[in-house]
Design a protein around this ligand. Structure first.
Ligand SMILES: [Zn+2]
Length: 280
């Protein structure tokens, strides 16, 4: 679907919220008091949803960010070591989260290496995600969209994160899987009731969130990923910028955000139901 078609679909969904597509009963803009958990592969994957996260945080929802890798190979700068890059990306992530109102104690990184997530021990990664799902007990899970039929080509870590997260949501509800967490750690099996899949195939998006009031926060947060978005990808020269440079970066980031009918939006595939059938 080209950008114009996408805009038309987005416009239709904005004006016709009662269309026969799965959407939250209560609009996302009105959610309050929910526990939200986002799972991503890298420290910046959440930037796709940060307008919605800023909105939800401001409305009194509790938001947890769980990222599986440290992002320690995502650079073309030959002078950065893995340790340096992982450290930089933690700082970037925390700065961006601060911009959208999410504190450091809500950021969890599982510490895996960037770039080869699909070759990691799946049972181990799923077990760690299951533990967090059982601890945090989210009302809504934000995750990479594996596609409505679970057949979707993402770049590798995103593909792995999509499937590992979907698998973990199913495992978490079965008390005899990873039962050690239940017997020894006092956790309980848990079924996540609602899902917001991000980075969805364009034709699968069924829910558009109006993030207009939080677009500036999202744009500001995006400028924190200096090592990822911009010249820092090739040559990292630190996070410091003059106020003028910062303002110019924020303006450019704002101009890059998706807009429909004068409103800034983020699109998701919303799903409510049993994790075993969430692709249908
Ligand atoms: Zn990523």
């Amino acid at each position: 679907m080209n950008k114009m078609c996408r805009s038309l679909v987005a416009a239709a969904l904005l004006v016709l919220p009662t269309m026969a597509v799965a959407q939250p009963e209560i609009p996302v803009e009105e959610w309050k008091g929910k526990t939200i958990m986002l799972v991503g592969a890298h420290p910046d994957d959440d930037s796709m949803s940060q307008g919605t996260l800023a909105l939800l945080k401001a409305n009194g929802n509790d938001i947890w960010i769980v990222l599986i890798t440290t992002g320690n190979v995502g650079t073309q700068d030959p002078d950065l070591s893995r340790f340096e890059l992982a450290t930089i990306r933690r700082q970037e992530e925390l700065a961006a989260l601060a911009d959208v109102g999410i504190p450091e104690d809500r950021y969890i990184n599982l510490g895996y290496d960037d770039g080869l997530l699909e070759f990691e021990d799946k049972k181990e990664v799923v077990g760690k995600l299951v533990r967090l799902i059982r601890k945090i007990r989210p009302d809504v899970l934000f995750a990479f969209d594996s596609g409505p039929t679970y057949r979707r080509w993402h770049k590798s870590d995103h593909r792995a994160a999509a499937y590992l997260t979907a698998d973990a949501t199913r495992v978490a509800m079965w008390r005899l899987l990873f039962e050690g967490q239940i017997i020894h750690e006092g956790l309980k099996a848990y079924r996540i009731p609602e899902f917001m899949f991000y980075d969805s195939p364009e034709e699968a998006i069924n829910t558009w969130v109006d993030i207009s009031d939080y677009a500036e926060a999202k744009a500001r947060a995006r400028t924190r990923y200096v090592s990822q978005f911009g010249p820092g990808w090739d040559k990292y020269e630190g996070p410091d910028r003059t106020p003028e440079e910062q303002a110019a970066d924020e303006k450019q980031a704002l101009e890059g955000l998706e807009k429909v009918d004068g409103k800034y939006v983020e699109g998701f595939r919303y799903y409510k139901g049993f994790p075993d059938s969430m692709g249908k």
